[in-house]
Design a protein around this ligand. Structure first.
Ligand code: CTP
Length: 389
């Protein structure tokens, strides 16, 4: 794909060379267009070197038609960072420099924006109104404007990470993972005590469903095996298998894994189940109390780690309270994973039940990638982009 990367004058412009690098690595051709102020934050030489193309920033440099030729050349235009200023200009139809002129000329082709600004500016009604206007015209917002972040979350107005922006661009193409099949586990498991009771946990399944959606959006076929949840997913490339217990999840996952390119196990699987399950409702015992005898469930992740063949990618989750990184790293090696996603319990807004998450992705070679607090959709894209690049 031919990608035009538009850069405006925000501090996040320093992250753009990384975005360009990711796009090039994914096989795209890139040309950059910058505002004058953008070049206060990132240099022309850097942009021309990483994109391997001349920079477009002067409206009058080449006969005033460069915006038209760039518009014809590009399949998609992504503006990162997009300041309040450029958002306002496009919303009002102003074209007074190279990038704003290109943006108006680009109408009819896909435009993506990754807004970045101070949180007070972000909250201003004029900015919010302009964002709504651009969205109503079909301009895709990545990051804070996706509408998935809860109000009051710190970091609002911060630009999406280059990986997320690159993933959205690649997903737009829908080819990034075409032909691949991925397994995702999600939700809690219920371990039956009797005909009406079970041992469960508070997992909502949101993270796993977001992963399945993001994989399918990227072109992959997805086998989603989920424990009890009210969530639904309607995507032609997602096959949902609903199970209840850890053993049922184990059976379903071990059956499909050999046909998969990779697996991401986000389910909160019960480690133990009652050793016996009564087929009727147990009567209370009065003062004697009740004692449950628990036996260990099979470890699905460790089993897939043993089954894993060359070329397959296995990703696990970890929820740790102490020595988080060291424990996660140990789990990664012990279970033969390629990546482990560490859920932080230290942050409000991360973990079970909520719509946001904050994770650290640790790879087998020891590299770390820490995310800010983001929507689970954004975390899903970050994970997928990291484990497939
Ligand atoms: N998992 C699994 N099958 C199990 C238990 C866990 O597939 N029976 C997977 C989860 O889906 C998640 C990861 O393992 O990807 C989480 O592991 P966790 O429960 O944190 O670690 P354990 O290995 O159970 O270690 P511990 O409880 O000692 O922290």
């Amino acid at each position: 794909m031919k990608v035009v990367v538009g850069i405006t004058g925000g501090i996040a412009a320093y992250k753009v060379p990384e975005l360009v690098r990711l796009l090039k690595k994914a096989g795209h051709e890139v040309r950059c267009a910058a505002t004058e102020h953008a070049l206060e934050f990132v240099t022309r030489v850097t942009l021309e070197t990483v994109s391997e193309n001349p920079l477009y920033c002067d409206l009058f440099a080449s006969g005033h038609t460069e915006h038209i030729s760039l518009k014809d050349w590009g399949d998609v235009l992504v503006v990162a960072p997009a300041t309040a200023n450029i958002i306002g200009k496009v919303a009002s139809g102003i074209a007074d420099d190279a990038l704003s002129t290109l943006l108006l000329a680009f109408s009819g082709k896909p435009v993506i924006m990754a807004p970045a600004m101070n949180s007070l500016m972000w909250a201003h009604p004029a900015v919010q109104r302009n964002i709504s206007t651009l969205k109503s015209w079909g301009i895709r917002m990545v990051g804070p404007a996706e509408g998935e972040l809860a109000c009051g979350v710190s970091g609002v107005g911060r630009m999406a990470e280059p990986e997320q922006i690159a993933a959205v661009i690649c997903q737009g193409e829908g080819l990034m993972m075409k032909g691949e099949r991925w397994l995702v586990t999600a939700g809690p498991t219920y371990e039956r005590i009797d005909s009406v009771r079970f041992i469960g946990n508070y997992s909502s399944g949101k993270m796993g469903f977001a992963l399945a959606q993001a994989l399918a959006d990227a072109g992959a076929e997805v086998e989603l095996i989920t424990g009890p949840t009210s969530l639904k997913i309607d995507h032609p490339r997602v096959k949902v298998t609903r199970i209840e217990s850890a053993r049922e999840m184990y059976a379903a996952a071990t059956e499909v894994f050999p046909q998969c390119n990779g697996a991401i196990l986000s389910a909160a699987v019960a480690d133990y189940r009652p050793s016996e399950c009564a087929d009727h409702k147990l009567k209370k015992n009065g003062d004697e109390g009740m004692h449950l005898d628990l036996v260990q469930n099979p470890d699905i992740l460790a089993t897939l780690g043993r089954m894993k063949k060359e070329g397959q990618t296995l990703v696990g989750f970890a929820l740790e309270t102490d020595n988080e990184e060291a424990n996660a790293q140990r789990k990664l090696e012990k279970k033969n994973l390629n990546y482990i996603v560490l859920n932080s319990l230290r942050d409000k807004g991360a973990g079970f039940g909520v719509d946001t998450n904050k994770v650290t992705i640790i790879s087998r070679d020891g590299s770390y990638k820490e995310s800010p607090l983001m929507s689970k959709q954004e975390v899903a894209r970050l994970i997928i982009n990291t484990v497939t690049s």
